[in-house]
Design a protein around this ligand. Sequence first.
Ligand SMILES: C[S@@+](CC[C@H](N)C(=O)[O-])C[C@H]1O[C@@H](n2cnc3c(N)ncnc32)[C@H](O)[C@@H]1O
Length: 342
Amino acid sequence: MVTTWENYLTRPDAARAHRDCHLRCRRTFENQRDCIRRIFETTRPKVVACLGAGVLNDLPYRAFVESGATVHLVDWLPGVVESGVAHSIIRHTGGGPPQCVYCLCPEADPLAYCSNYRKSRTSAQGVCDRFAPDAREPLTCLAFHKGNFPFIYQQDVTGGYASAFGRGVCGEVRTVTSWRQALRRAGALANRVKRQRTTMDIPDASVDLVTSSMVVSQFEHEPYGYFSKQAAAVLGPPSPGEENRLRPAMEALRSTLLANQIERHCDEIERILAPGGHCFMAFEMFHVEDGTGRWLLVREMHGALGRDRAAFRFQLRHTSPIGLGGPVRNPRGPVGGPTLRA
Ligand SMILES: C[S@@+](CC[C@H](N)C(=O)[O-])C[C@H]1O[C@@H](n2cnc3c(N)ncnc32)[C@H](O)[C@@H]1O
């Protein structure tokens, strides 16, 4: 049975997977989080939008709340951002008492963030009267119930391009009789859906700082992966010989999908950035090949840099073991200003 695009994005046992991801990967992203925190502190945005926010491992979410900024968090996986928020709000270090950023923050109206908040009667408390610790790591509050903020969107950060391809591909491959035909039809669809455009619910020219952290290099996976699963369900997997013969067509489809997603992602960033706003973008330039351990350039990442250069003014270069990126200034805004350095 071939699953729909929406079901494909719905992970079985998602809540546990998100919690595990938070536990396993949060430390790995510490440098990235610090880098985004520095950029946030330097640019002092009133409105922040994080595209592909995932479980928030690389986002200094507490710093966003403490500053009183309006926060938009976008990811297309159901429940992933909600889980990230729940796992980010309680700090519990060094055996001290737990501290909830919503309960403690003078800039925040706690009820706007947690509709279950009730002020603590003892002023020394770092949590409110409703606090109910979940015994599992990382510490969360079982009583937490999201209020009006932050704004969370389960939406596509490629202006609907990746989702339109995903929704259309099932119909395209249902009646195919060969892999070559499946690739031809998918390629035609990948070009056709460029004409469709939807936008995220974030208003035009409204955001002072946009982050796109480790998202662009992920564009490789889902739409092409879904196409191959659909085609394999109809045709069976290609034989090794057939796969060799089809490799150029497969590579061409992946490149088209990736280039179009990058293009549309950058369009969305340009659309929501306020004049003079900044964007921080980071992506993996290399993948390590399974088995051989060889470092390979992630396809089309040079294209992503070229696309960014055409649309934005670079103000900072930052290199780290996991990525390359920097805040870029929206050219519609005032030119000049301080040059930022990592
Ligand atoms: C590697 S994660 C980024 C790290 C994430 N900020 C974190 O801290 O966990 C990439 C995220 O981008 C999301 N993503 C990829 N393509 C997307 C798309 N077209 N629209 C929305 N989200 C997307 C994935 O679901 C995933 O959560």
